[in-house]
Design a protein around this ligand. Structure first.
Ligand SMILES: [Mg+2]
Length: 413
């Protein structure tokens, strides 16, 4: 059976950018090429967000503290992160991928699953389509990626890990079970140590051990997730690509303010932060809203009102503008204890064109940029990327503490 002409029952690719942030730095500053580069949160950041392969060769890795990294590699070059640039690059990479195969799941700022199944005939084979994807990523960004191709998400992700940087690893679906047989279960994406310990108690340490364990044991303990894990280990992860997330009924964020806040500037900063959080959450759920409840709890009770936008939107700038108007109309200098901003009527984003926007293309670009920013914030902690007013305010308790933790925010199963 020839790989190049056979159609696959399912064909899933995982594209993973190599040392993404560090590679963008090396691309934009050629003097950094071949150098051990670490990217940190500003120049005062003390944690390695990501590092180039030259730094990795010395044992430096993500999450390491800088003094330790310097001990391993005295010639380390530190670069402050440029999140806006990374968001733009990510956005254009995702768009390039979609231009070839439209079914994608953006897994993180630098990773995407691509369902090649529906378009494999168009490109004559899954492998050829995957090659086009890899070339398109390079053309859009000038950056290398590692691509794993298989018949399911878990095996594709495992395949992408096998060869870095600039990898291209194919595990045809009919080989997946055999290829995973001697792989430790905890190497598969999503099998955290907790589940690994549970499986080890049943003598399952490697994927090949799984078929000896009745699926009912996993199902009883972990429900559907348990069933999925049973199939995952045998190269048959049934999970489809997720491009949408279940919609909530209302989306609100509130915050207690520092005692006795009477500063208009501080109140507006909190308002902008809440607008930012509401906008971020709406975009995460692909929702837009038109009516917002905006309230301030003052020494005399709640003030504020429901306010409406002209059109449905997920744009935090418009939400913040509403906040400004409401605060202007209702707040008269009394001390404020708390702020609450809630989208009352979130609906699936219709992608209606805002007639007042400069152009549809610009608006689409803005929407994509928001998505990429959300990805960075999700990975590195809230407000790694945010409007200028919110940056440099780390003296404000609990508002923009850069809560970055390596892998801390990823949901594992
Ligand atoms: Mg990566």
């Amino acid at each position: 059976m020839s790989n190049t002409t056979t159609f696959w029952p399912r064909a899933i690719a995982l594209i993973d950018m190599n040392a993404f942030f560090a590679s963008v730095e090396q691309r934009d500053f050629p003097s950094l090429l071949g150098q051990p580069v670490v990217v940190t949160n500003g120049l005062r950041g003390s944690c390695v967000i990501t590092c180039s392969y030259e730094a990795r060769a010395h044992g430096v890795h993500t999450g390491m503290v800088l003094p330790q990294a310097r001990k391993l590699c005295p010639k380390l070059v530190q670069r402050p992160a440029r999140p806006e640039v990374y968001a733009r690059v990510s956005t254009s990479i995702m768009r390039a991928i979609e231009n070839i195969c439209p079914d994608i799941e953006v897994f993180s700022i630098d990773e995407a699953f691509v369902d090649i199944t529906p378009c494999q005939k168009l490109y004559s084979s899954p492998i050829h389509a995957a090659k086009l994807l890899k070339a398109a990523v390079y053309e859009a960004s000038g950056l290398l990626c590692s691509l794993g191709l298989s018949g399911d998400k878990t095996t594709a992700k495992y395949a992408a890990k096998l060869q870095k940087p600039n990898g291209f690893t194919v595990i045809p679906p009919w080989d997946a079970k055999a290829r995973l047989r001697h792989v430790p279960v905890t190497e598969l994406c999503g099998i955290a140590r907790g589940i690994g310990g549970f499986l080890a108690n049943y003598g399952v340490t490697h994927c090949g051990d799984m078929e000896k364990l009745p699926i009912s044991i996993l199902a009883r303990r972990f429900g559907n997730l348990g069933r999925r894990i049973w199939y995952m280990c045998q190269g048959e992860d049934p999970d489809p690509l997720h491009s949408e997330i279940a919609a909530p009924k209302s989306i609100g964020h509130g915050k207690v303010m520092p005692p006795d806040t009477r500063s208009r500037d501080v109140i507006l900063t909190y308002a902008q932060h809440m607008a930012f959080k509401v906008g971020t959450r709406m975009r995460k759920h692909q929702l837009e809203a038109r009516t917002f409840s905006i309230g301030l709890k003052t020494e005399f009770g709640w003030i504020g009102q429901k306010a409406r936008l002209a059109l449905f939107s997920d744009d935090q700038r418009k939400i913040y503008q509403l906040c400004r108007e409401v605060i202007q109309a209702h707040w008269q200098g009394e001390s404020v204890w708390q702020i609450q901003v809630t989208a009352l009527d979130p609906q699936p984003a219709a992608m209606q064109l805002d007639l007042f926007a400069a152009s549809a293309a610009e608006q689409q670009m803005q929407a994509r940029l928001h998505l990429a920013m959300d990805g960075i914030n999700q990975r590195y902690g809230a407000l790694t990327l945010s409007p200028a007013r919110l940056l440099g305010r780390s003296d404000m308790p609990n508002v923009i503490a850069p809560a970055w933790k390596p892998n801390g925010l990823r949901q594992t199963i």
